[in-house]
Every structure is written in structure tokens, then in C-alpha cells.
Design a protein around this ligand. Structure first.
Ligand SMILES: [Zn+2]
Length: 210
């Protein structure tokens, strides 16, 4: 992170350091007031010692986990390399964390992203970066999966894209149906990954899904 005046956050800059960190336009005081209201509403005393700094902590956490709302994922796919390679490129087991927009509870898992270039390839660190931007928003996994696939197709003009995501949703494990251990698997296939049976099977075999 080159810009020393930006608010601190973790998890974004582990891939490379050539991306500037944008400011995070979050209304901090408004979140603090809202969290204090929630604490009062559940019957807590927001002025007891253990909770005094909680509204501020939650505000800073939301600024971090929802920073993707104010970022454009496509900037990470602008720098491409011309390469005469038209076989499958697959990045497996990319860890991601997001927040379900229905409960504002986290869901976490891994993503597998494959694409078949059309003369243009992208640095591999860029794929985790676009996942970071799109997952740091209130999301549903189905839409997140499609957004990654559509962005890759559009920005790289790829011949095909396949995205498979597997995640555990805390809104299913700590509340509601209480089913820890269950995972939600979503996939989005585009181009020849969708239309050509052989390509589709190859992608799914490499990812390890039958
Ligand atoms: Zn939920």
C-alpha cells in the first residue's frame, strides 16, 4: 500500500502492490449511531465498559468489509498481455469472504476461476483482486458468481469463462435452519465453457467437481 494516508485495512494487498488504495467513503458516525441503537434495542447497555468502543469498531469493520462498493473491479483487468495461448487457464482455491445481503452475516469459501483466452491474458494476481472487490459488498453468492464471470468475459474478451464458488453461509449455520457443515455451490459458465460439452467437462474435472 503506497498511499500512507489511507485508512488501514487487511487482506487486499497480499497479491501485489501496484494498485493504489482508494479512500473509503463510509459515513462512520452514522454507523456508530445505528449500532448504539441496535444495542439499546436488544436490551443491552451500550455505556457499559465492554461495549463502549463497539460502535466505533463496527463502523471501522463495515468500512473495511464493504469497501468493494466504492471500487471498480474492471481496473484490475485493464493491463493485459498479448499471448497466443488459447488453452484453459485455471486459478483454483481462491479464498473469499463476503456478506449475505439478507442478514448481513458473513459467508466464506473458495472460488475457482477458469478462462480460455482470446489472445489476451491477465496477470494471475488480478483474478483474486476482482473477487475481493466484488465480494466486499452486500452480496448473494449466486450474483457474485455471475458478476465475476461476466466481468472476465467482457473485459478480457475471453473465449470462455467458468466460475465455481463453494461457501459456508453463517446465516445457515448460526441461525435459522442451523446446518453447520453444509456448503452452497454455485457456477457460472460463459462462452465455450457453456456451449462446448468437452470444454465444460474439462473445466469441471480440473476443478474437481463431477
Ligand atoms: Zn443470509
Amino acid at each position: 500500500m503506497k498511499n500512507g494516508s489511507s485508512p488501514p485495512f487487511v487482506g487486499v494487498d497480499i497479491y501485489d502492490d501496484d494498485e493504489p488504495t482508494p479512500p473509503v467513503p463510509v459515513d462512520h458516525d452514522r454507523i456508530k449511531r445505528a449500532v448504539r441503537e441496535i444495542l439499546l434495542a436488544i436490551g443491552e447497555d451500550p455505556d457499559r465498559e465492554g461495549l463502549l468502543d463497539t460502535p466505533d469498531r463496527v463502523a471501522r469493520m463495515y468500512a473495511e468489509v464493504f469497501q468493494g462498493l466504492h471500487q471498480d473491479p474492471s481496473v484490475h483487468l485493464k493491463k493485459v498481455f498479448t499471448q497466443k495461448y488459447d488453452e484453459l487457464v485455471l486459478v483454483k482455491d481462491i479464498r473469499f469472504d463476503s456478506f449475505c445481503e439478507h442478514h448481513l452475516l458473513p459467508f466464506s469459501g473458495i472460488a475457482h476461476v477458469a478462462y480460455i483466452p482470446n489472445g489476451r491474458v491477465v496477470g494471475l494476481s488480478k483474478i483474486p483482486r476482482i473477487i475481493d472487490v466484488l465480494s466486499r459488498r452486500p452480496q448473494i453468492q449466486e450474483r457474485l458468481t455471475e458478476e465475476i464471470a461476466d466481468l472476465m468475459m467482457h473485459e478480457l474478451d475471453a473465449k470462455g469463462v467458468a466460475v465455481v464458488m463453494e461457501a459456508s453461509h453463517s446465516c445457515m449455520t448460526i441461525r435459522g435452519v442451523h446446518k453447520p457443515g453444509s456448503t452452497l455451490v454455485t457456477s457460472a459458465m460463459r462462452g465455450i465453457c457453456k456451449d462446448r460439452m468437452a470444454t465444460r467437462s474439462e473445466v469441471l474435472a480440473l476443478i474437481g467437481i463431477k
